[in-house]
Write a protein that binds this ligand. Structure first.
Ligand code: HEC
Length: 126
């Protein structure tokens, strides 16, 4: 009889133990892995387009377009086609990048990352 009670108690506890051991569902939190576009941006673009002194892209865009449009990562007015064009062809002091350096896939990911704050297509301001 005592044995039966122990087995029953164990059977009741097991699901709890299984639940506790299950890995937490991945949530969109600051600790989640960064988007592939963010990783590629940091690798290829941040040296010139990160905030602060010593980043010629950010500084030049501030001069040309004003403080609000200085940081690519904070903008929501760039079309993905324009981003791809500038990266492939360069723009003034910004050099062009070949597909052997930044692949089409990586460039798409970067463009996707940079337009992440924009309204859905169709509602986008051109
Ligand atoms: C060697 C420095 C450098 C690197 C690296 C660089 N840029 Fe630039 N970028 C610049 C400069 C400088 C400008 C301003 C050009 C001008 O005078 O019009 C610029 C301008 C731009 C613009 C035009 C914005 C506008 O309002 O006209 C885009 C888009 C852009 N860069 C995207 C990128 C992306 C995406 C990457 C990474 C793949 C990148 N850049 C890497 C220096 C750089």
């Amino acid at each position: 009889m005592r044995h039966t009670i122990h087995v029953l108690a164990l059977a009741m506890l097991l699901p709890l133990a299984a639940q506790a051991a299950a890995p937490a569902a991945p949530a969109a939190s600051p600790t989640a892995a960064p988007a592939p576009g963010k990783i590629a941006f940091d690798r290829w673009c941040a040296e010139c387009h990160a905030a602060g002194v010593g980043h010629p892209g950010a500084q030049q865009l501030e001069r040309l377009r004003g403080a609000k449009l200085a940081l690519l990562e904070a903008r929501n007015d760039l079309a993905p086609e324009f981003i791809r064009y500038v990266v492939r062809h360069g723009q003034n002091a910004m050099p062009p990048y070949r597909p052997s350096e930044i692949s089409d896939t990586q460039l798409d990911q970067i463009a996707q990352y940079l337009v992440r704050n924009q309204p859905a297509p169709g509602k986008r301001r051109r």
